[in-house]
Design a protein. Structure first.
Ligand code: SF4
Length: 154
């Protein structure tokens, strides 16, 4: 079961999108520099399709993208959320922030418009640092375009 602790509308996590970011709990990644250790525990409310719709409806006509932050313990469930959202709301783009270096085999790129990969390593910094190990990709036709350098110009 996917659970989330909170959600918010953000403007910088995905370039050129107004994004509803939903933070999942139960993170298994244990990044050494983690700034969100409260997300390691199994806590929060269940993230169902109807809950996704309820959150999106709160920002109808404003939000252009749904980003699920985390879910590495159950990528198949995250994939299912995106797959079903694609059929219900074709105008909403999808983004997944994974803390893994490689894409989970249970995530179908056809269900994603954006993908962030990489654990947070404090000595390398976040996406906005040119030294970062993390990458933010645009997904098009199953291929990945690295958008990470866009974060360094801001
Ligand atoms: S992916 Fe890493 S930084 Fe993000 S919540 Fe999990 S352990 Fe923390």
């Amino acid at each position: 079961m996917l659970k989330y602790t909170d959600s918010s509308v953000v403007f910088q996590e995905i370039p050129d999108e107004v994004t509803l970011a939903v933070n999942l709990s139960g993170c298994p990644c244990r990044c050494p520099g983690c700034h969100s250790k409260h997300l390691w525990t199994d806590t929060g409310n269940e993230l169902t399709d109807s809950e996704v719709d309820r959150l999106l409806d709160q920002h109808k006509g404003h939000v252009t993208c749904l980003a699920i932050m985390g879910g590495d313990a159950a990528p198949a469930e995250v994939d299912g959320i995106f797959a079903r959202l694609r059929t219900r709301r074709q105008g909403i783009r999808t983004a997944w922030y994974s803390g893994r270096s490689l894409l989970a085999k249970d995530m179908d790129l056809n269900h994603l418009d954006y993908l962030k990969l990489g654990p947070y390593l404090a000595h390398l910094g976040p996406l906005k640092k040119p030294t970062t190990n993390q990458r933010l990709y645009r997904v098009r036709g199953g291929t990945l375009e690295d958008l990470t350098p866009q974060f360094w110009r801001k």
